[in-house]
Design a protein around this ligand. Sequence first.
Ligand code: MTE
Length: 321
Amino acid sequence: MSIIIKSSDDILPSEITDQKVFEGRREFIKKIGFGSAALLTGGHISLSHAKTAAGKYSDLPKSAFSAADKLTDFSDVSGYNNFYEFGTSKYDPAQKAKSFNSDPWSVAIEGEVEKPGVFNLEDFIKPYALEERIYRFRCVEGWSMVIPWVGFPLADMIKQFKPTSKAKYVEFVTLYDTKRMPGQVLKVLPWPYTEGLRIDEAMNPLTLMAVGLYGNDLPNQNGAPIRLVVPWKYGFKSIKSIVKIRFTEHQPLSTWNKIGPKEYGFYSNVNPQVDHPRWSQKTERKIGEPFWAPKHDTQIFNGYAEQVAHLYAGMDLKKNF
Ligand code: MTE
């Protein structure tokens, strides 16, 4: 995600160079060693996946909503991140979130619900059955990944707190703590990071509260200890390190919408027909493929139209971008 106050029209050249070097190095490593194993297995097994198969959540049921796509390597999922609370470069979060302590953690439920409260994380997630869900993940910057998340449907949690008839939207808020999240010292975004969904989007069975990936707890850089994953929307809607969930009558303002309303709408559904002013959304580059590989066509709703298109029936998606 590029900051709107930047004067450049595109991703920073330094970021592009970094990525090429990064991918070139990965390709090299693949060719000299691991590549042959990947070839034999059709490329579906990675070293990291093999390692995490014995992880804390290795025996979870796999969700029927899982994509059959080839997984992005764990090293890319946990090494190429957007998490501005830990810096604005893609490589900052893995480094700068290393010592982030997310234990103990509490989540507050507020607003239009019959049963508000503040819960410690263990109590908060205890009632829900965890599962593995392999989702396509598309960033508005034009890259994508395929990630095996560990989590539970947000709908299960919402039902527990009994929203009132006034609850039309759900707002999510990230931790604000400049000592633990050093990137928050810089005013690159209005902190804390916030996001929002319409209540029917939040209740859709695809919307996931994630507490892990690749069979283990969430790495800090991916939003430990609990984050949202909304696979048919651009990645920035999938807010990390959540401390508050508020049910509201009116549409909440999200961080990116606040700082760039012409660039980042409330809905932010993946849509190849609606370009971002600075990035075409027609195609995408899969992280892990060599930078010279042909790009892939982006699919409406990121390929999840069957499950979510009805939510937007009759809406002009160019206006409601
Ligand atoms: N959540 C918070 N709190 N802060 C952030 O900077 N970045 C968003 C989203 N959630 C962000 C966030 C963006 S732009 C993207 S693309 C995804 O997280 C990246 O998730 P990943 O690093 O797990 O791939």
